[in-house]
Ligand binder design. Structure first.
Ligand code: ZN
Ligand code: ZN
Length: 266
């Protein structure tokens, strides 16, 4: 069986005493490997893992969707083994937004002490069926990259968050696409997953879709998502209520929150 458990999300469910924070972390368990996708903002991810009775020493790989600290902040609290950490090189480095530090809290050398860093812009197959997509090309004009603050390269540059990526799992019923914040655009991410995996059947999409305003982009995203004929659509983290209401007029969407487990393949 292949399954996903949400270890950290903005939302929590009534009567389940897990912690929430505006951040994201997923645990993916396949027969072969256990993979942590993002770390949340604080130690909430690991507190929730403990409450759920999951031992983080079982994790074989970690992946970062992108460098923002609501996905990377938890690296400071990692106390597991020195496992491989796969991410785009731009996940590391100083990033600011209106004077706030919003990048990964650890430097490359600090990260390398805790993890065996594997930096790549190319798709990276973690197992035969699980792929880190690397840098996502923009396939739709309505998903043109918008700068979020500044990133320190040789000098301070507008940050287009080009590192923003996703995971894709090939299953018997099609692709499951797992996203962080989808700064690269949810439709462009799906399009790239289809290309990389050579399969256009989409079993499900779960994660942040970065839809926070009722605008042209939201309308075009809904139209495009409808055409993909996605079996299960689970927007969370950075999708606000107004966007979910609009989406639900045209698409069947599901609720998500900390502790939710989804079977990706029986
Ligand atoms: Zn982000
Ligand atoms: Zn985020």
């Amino acid at each position: 069986m292949k399954k996903l458990t949400i270890l950290c999300d903005n939302n929590t469910f009534i009567d389940q005493y897990l912690l929430g924070e505006p951040a994201l972390s997923f645990l993916i368990e396949t027969d072969e490997k256990k993979v942590l996708f993002d770390f949340g903002y604080s130690d909430v991810t690991f507190k929730n893992a403990e409450i759920l009775g999951f031992d983080i020493n079982q994790i074989d790989y970690a992946v970062l969707s992108h460098g923002h600290n609501d996905h990377t902040g938890g690296v400071q609290f990692w106390s597991g083994k020195r496992i491989p950490l796969i991410c785009h090189p731009d996940c590391i480095g100083k990033t600011v937004y209106e004077q706030l530090d919003i990048g990964c809290p650890l430097s490359e050398s600090e990260l390398n002490e805790k993890f065996a860093l594997s930096l790549t812009k190319q798709p990276y197959w973690i197992t035969e069926n699980l792929c880190f997509l690397g840098e996502i090309p923009t396939s739709y004009t309505f998903e043109k990259r918008i700068p979020i603050g500044k990133k320190l390269k040789d000098e301070w540059e507008d940050d287009l968050v080009k590192e923003d990526s996703a995971l894709v799992l090939k299953t018997k019923t099609g692709l499951w696409i797992l996203t962080g914040c989808s700064h690269s655009g949810i439709c462009s991410i799906i399009q790239h997953a289809i290309k990389v995996c050579g399969c256009d059947k989409i079993a499900g999409v779960i994660g942040g879709f970065h839809l926070l305003e009722k605008n042209e982009r939201l309308i075009k995203t809904i139209e495009t998502l409808k055409n993909f004929e996605i079996k299960r659509l689970i927007p969370t983290h950075c999708v606000n209520l107004a966007s979910k209401i609009e989406m639900s007029k045209y698409l069947k969407i599901e609720e998500a929150g900390a502790g939710l487990t989804i079977v990706l393949e029986e």
